[in-house]
Every structure is written in C-alpha cells, then in structure tokens.
Design a binder for this molecule. Sequence first.
Ligand SMILES: C[S@@+](CC[C@H](N)C(=O)[O-])C[C@H]1O[C@@H](n2cnc3c(N)ncnc32)[C@H](O)[C@@H]1O
Length: 152
Amino acid sequence: MSSKPGVERLSQSKFTTIAHRDHTILNPISSEKIDRVFALLDLPSGARVIDVGCGKAEMLVRLIERFGCTAIGVDTNPHFLAEARARAFDHGVAGQIELLEGDVTKMKLASETFDAALCVGATHAYGDLATTLKSLRGLVKTGGKVIVGDGL
Ligand SMILES: C[S@@+](CC[C@H](N)C(=O)[O-])C[C@H]1O[C@@H](n2cnc3c(N)ncnc32)[C@H](O)[C@@H]1O
C-alpha cells in the first residue's frame, strides 16, 4: 500500500465499492432483523431521521416507506451515494431524502433536531462505539431514538 494518505484512501474506497457491489445492506445484519428493529420504532408523523455511514441508504428508504419520515444520509463514498440516490428514486422517496457526501466528523449537523439517529456498521466513522453513542445522542431530540450496529 502506498504511504501517500490520499492514494491509500482512494484504494480503500475503490475496493470496498467493488466488494459491496452486489449488496444493498452493507453489513452482516439480515434484512429480517432490520425490519424487526424498525418495528420497535414508533416515529411521530413528520419525523426526521439521520443515518451516519448510510452506504446505499437501504435503511433510510425502509424507514421512509414505513413511517413517511424525512431523512438525511451521510457517507464519504460517492459511489454508494450515487446508488442511494437511484434507489431512493426507484422507491419513489427521493423527495424525502437528502444525501450528504463527506466525513461526518467534519460536518456541522444541527444538534437535538432528529427523532432517530442511526449508525449501523459504521462506528469507525466516529472512531469507536462510545464516541458514536455520544455523537448520535447529541443529534436526537429528547426522547429520540438511537440505533447503533457494531461488530463487538
Ligand atoms: C459497512 S458500511 C455500512 C453502510 C450502511 N450503514 C449499511 O449498513 O448498509 C460503512 C459505511 O460508512 C461510511 N463511512 C466511513 N467513514 C465515514 C465517515 N467518516 N463519515 C461518513 N461515512 C463514513 C462508508 O463509506 C460506508 O458506506
């Protein structure tokens, strides 16, 4: 691997994009388990949801379809986000989802404004589980829900 950070990052992005090309859910959780977890959520009408490390935004598309919420997805990978946009369009929810490209730790996200905040298979975005939990807690309103999936 090259010692140049920019080159290394490009390669990681390229290889992870290829490795996940046939997947819509980019972590080892089953489709059924996602639906079981989402069934436990009781989001209010007009709810706002954020997914950090949203990948192809499969989770957000499902939440929008289930609750009619609006959603923000954040991811560093432009290829995943392009697929996410196409996916949202195909499911007729493109108007309810905003997809932001970039490193979440460098973004200014309004605190305590979301009804739910997710980070599934992407705690490395924040560095570790504790920082992820604290950061997502800071994004949700009082009584908001936090969903974190981590490979412990
Ligand atoms: C294993 S994938 C999980 C994607 C999605 N949550 C899912 O389960 O389908 C991890 C995602 O986190 C994204 N990611 C990694 N570091 C990030 C960061 N600092 N900010 C935003 N997204 C990041 C990656 O690009 C990748 O799409």
